[in-house]
Design a protein around this ligand. Structure first.
Ligand SMILES: Cc1cc2nc3c(=O)[nH]c(=O)nc-3n(C[C@H](O)[C@H](O)[C@H](O)COP(=O)(O)OP(=O)(O)OC[C@H]3O[C@@H](n4cnc5c(N)ncnc54)[C@H](O)[C@@H]3O)c2cc1C
Length: 397
């Protein structure tokens, strides 16, 4: 049934990588897929049990190195696992992607040893779920327009402001949060933003209710209000003025997580259409025998394979430090998210009227796909970024 999802087994993966992939596939088929509809329907509830299991099985430890009690998976294997999880439930996959790709990776790269030892083992075990909070009501694509203010005080910082769209925000044990460290009378743009570790339950922090979303309703997206929140010095990551650069660097990897999530959606759409087209009969034969349906399935699979190839190419570029990695991440995110959307739309079409009914999962996939074109950089921004990077690189190579 799922032969195209298995295509990566042809690659030379280590036996450890094969094992975690097999585990992810099994978890997606047996635990995520059967419960995805319930998470979608009960959008006000965060599925703590599934997250406990994700931690227990090691999915929250994927990008944490072994010296901090993680699995230390290579980027490509991590992305294959995310694709599997997203095949089961994209809303759960985004939570895993945010945790591993953003707070874990940024802490690892820019945190000091005391911070890494304090947080990473607990993040790897799942005891502490991570979140990433850059966006605000007025700061989306133009993220550096954020206004949350961090003011220096004895032994730390006092933070005031409101953050928006925080995935995992209510259940996280720690939120990697960005605030202005420059003074209101001396704004320094992208060079006056700091990255802070915001522990859950700190005094002055309040969490808004879950956003009512079109799709990925199982994922938790909330606002955070900070009123005179005091954070000690050891909760500041690296240079107080370089937080924005850390965020952009993290998002470069993060958007590959979203690309992998989009692959999972695109491949779930292929599976659904493939099965339905051979069981549904019209004019006395399965609809898959009609050329119009063959063209759809042919296009869906071709797009999926092309998107997967781009994600693999971008992952390889990151792994070897290729200077084109930034552009390739944007290309992979752009094409994979548009593939998710187009495959989900085609799957609904293959199902006809039944595709429009909530009785079948393609309706949910269609809603789940849309946000992949919006978050971790809206696709318009990626198109511009690809063109600008091309000039920086001096042309196409
Ligand atoms: C479900 C969900 C989860 C999210 N999770 C997180 C999270 O965990 N942490 C976090 O920090 N943020 C998160 N976000 C925020 C997300 O990253 C932003 O929504 C995204 O960056 C777009 O910002 P915006 O929504 O303010 O849109 P805007 O920036 O207002 O954009 C509106 C439209 O204008 C276009 N546009 C804007 N600027 C330009 C430009 N220069 N050129 C061309 N077109 C442009 C955009 O492409 C878009 O089509 C999440 C969002 C959603 C919906």
């Amino acid at each position: 049934m799922t032969s195209h999802r298995r295509s990566y087994t042809a690659l030379q993966l280590s036996s450890e990588a094969q094992q975690i992939l097999e585990l992810a596939r099994q978890f997606a088929e047996e635990r995520l897929r059967p419960t995805a509809e319930a998470r979608d329907a009960n959008e006000d509830v965060f599925d703590g049990e599934i997250h406990r299991e994700l931690g227990e099985l090691g999915f929250l430890a994927m990008r944490v190195p072994e010296r901090y009690e993680g699995l230390g998976l290579d980027l490509a294997t991590y992305l294959y696992v995310l694709e599997e999880l997203a095949w089961g439930d994209p809303g759960v996959a985004v939570s895993v992607s945010v945790h591993n790709s953003l707070p874990v990776s940024i802490l690892l790269r820019h945190g000091n040893e005391a911070q890494r030892t304090r947080w990473l083992p607990r993040m790897a075990s799942g005891e502490v779920l991570g979140a990433f909070s850059l966006s605000e009501a007025g700061a989306g694509t133009d993220a550096a327009a954020l206004r949350t203010q961090a003011t220096r005080t004895d032994g730390g910082w006092v933070i005031n402001g409101e953050k928006m769209w925080v995935t995992n925000g209510a259940s996280a044990g720690v939120v990697l949060m960005f605030a202005r460290t420059d003074a209101p009378e001396d704004r320094r743009g992208t060079r006056g933003i700091g990255a802070f570790l915001l522990p859950a339950g700190v005094e002055g922090l309040s969490v808004g209710r879950k956003e009512r979303k079109m799709g990925q309703r199982g994922s938790e997206t909330v606002t955070l209000a900070l009123k005179d929140v005091f954070l000690e010095d050891e909760l500041l990551i690296g240079d107080p003025n370089r937080g924005f650069a850390y965020a952009l660097e993290g998002l470069e990897g993060g958007r590959l997580g979203i690309a992998a999530q989009a692959l999972g959606i695109a491949s779930a759409a292929v599976d659904a259409a493939f099965e339905y087209a051979q069981t549904r009969e019209q004019f006395g034969r399965p609809i898959r025998k009609f050329q119009g349906m063959e063209f759809k399935l042919g296009d869906m699979v071709t797009r999926l394979e092309a998107a997967r190839g781009l994600v693999e190419r971008a992952a390889a570029a990151h792994t070897v430090g290729d200077p084109r990695a930034r552009r390739l991440s944007s290309v992979a995110k752009l094409f994979s998210s548009e593939t998710a959307m187009r495959n989900a739309r085609d799957a609904v079409q293959v199902f006809g009227g039944y595709g429009y009914s909530r009785e079948y999962p393609v309706e949910r996939l269609f809603r789940d796909a849309k946000v992949t074109e919006i978050y971790e950089g809206a696709n318009e921004m990626h198109r511009s970024l690809i063109a600008r990077q091309l000039y920086r690189e001096g042309g196409y190579a």
